[in-house]
Design a protein around this ligand. Structure first.
Ligand code: SF4
Length: 88
C-alpha cells in the first residue's frame, strides 16, 4: 500500500469467496483459474476487488475475476494509455 493511503477493504466482507478456502483463488493451473473465475463472475464486489488488486499490484491469484496474466495486461494497457495521453 502506498504511504499515507487509506486501504478500503470493507468490500472483502461481501465477497463470494468469504466462506471459501483461499486456495481456490490461488490456483496452480488453468482449470483452477476457471473455477475461481466462475465464482468471481457472480460476486457483487468484483469491481472493487479487481481495482484493489491493480492498485496494490497483487501479483498472485485470481482477483475480481482476472488472472495474474490478465491483470498484468490491464496494467500494461493503462501504462501505454497514459504514455499516449502524455504524448510519449
Ligand atoms: S471477485 Fe472473486 S476474489 Fe474478489 S471478492 Fe469476489 S469472489 Fe472473492
Amino acid at each position: 500500500m502506498r504511504k499515507g493511503a487509506t486501504m478500503d477493504t470493507e468490500w472483502m466482507a461481501e465477497g463470494k469467496c468469504r466462506d471459501l478456502s483461499p486456495e481456490v483463488f490461488f490456483p496452480s493451473d488453468g482449470v483452477g483459474v476457471q473455477v475461481a473465475q466462475r465464482i468471481c463472475a457472480e460476486c457483487p464486489v468484483a469491481d472493487a476487488c479487481l481495482q484493489y488488486a491493480l492498485d496494490e499490484r497483487v501479483d498472485h491469484g485470481v482477483w475480481g475475476g482476472k488472472s495474474e496474466r490478465e491483470r498484468r495486461r490491464i496494467l500494461r494497457r493503462r501504462r501505454l494509455g497514459r504514455h499516449v495521453t502524455a504524448g510519449v
